[in-house]
Design a protein around this ligand. Sequence first.
Ligand SMILES: CC(C)(COP(=O)(O)OP(=O)(O)OC[C@H]1O[C@@H](n2cnc3c(N)ncnc32)[C@H](O)[C@@H]1OP(=O)(O)O)[C@@H](O)C(=O)NCCC(=O)NCCS
Length: 152
Amino acid sequence: MKKIIIRNFEPNDAASAAEIIRNNLLTINARKYPEQIIQNLIKIYSADDLIRQSSNKTMIVAIMNDKVIGIGSLLNDFISTVFVNIHHHGTGIGRKIMNTLELIAKENNIKTISLHASINAINFYEMQGYQVVSNVESEDFGKSILMKKDLL
Ligand SMILES: CC(C)(COP(=O)(O)OP(=O)(O)OC[C@H]1O[C@@H](n2cnc3c(N)ncnc32)[C@H](O)[C@@H]1OP(=O)(O)O)[C@@H](O)C(=O)NCCC(=O)NCCS
């Protein structure tokens, strides 16, 4: 397997990361969510918004051959923005991003970590040790699932 580097997000990564997110939303997430929800999500993950978000949270990217192929973020005890280039799904990148974010949380003395899983990603998070807590309903962003994991 090609070498994957995980490093902090930089503003130069924003356009590629936004494109990865958009492609996922329009193909994978669109199988489970209505068109209007997908469009709302695309808006909050624009390149400019990613740059803005990166100023108040930990944002990391996965790099292969100098190209961004995945992204994830952490704010205190909450993980979000986990997306992997659709052509690299199932090759361990998502797990690597999650492991890195959990390690950063542990270093910050976080004991339990949470996230809002898209319906299409629940099984992925269960495989990473997360447990379903409750349903979350949002008018703008549809249904997601609050999941938690104790960091040992
Ligand atoms: C969910 C996502 C981040 C997973 O990333 P990935 O790089 O494909 O996942 P990995 O290859 O690291 O998978 C780790 C394990 O989970 C499994 N897995 C990955 N995605 C899965 C899914 N959607 N359903 C069930 N299992 C899944 C893999 O088969 C792998 O299993 P293994 O350990 O037996 O090999 C990626 O599919 C994605 O970007 N999805 C669309 C965007 C999205 O919904 N993100 C989550 C927002 S909350």
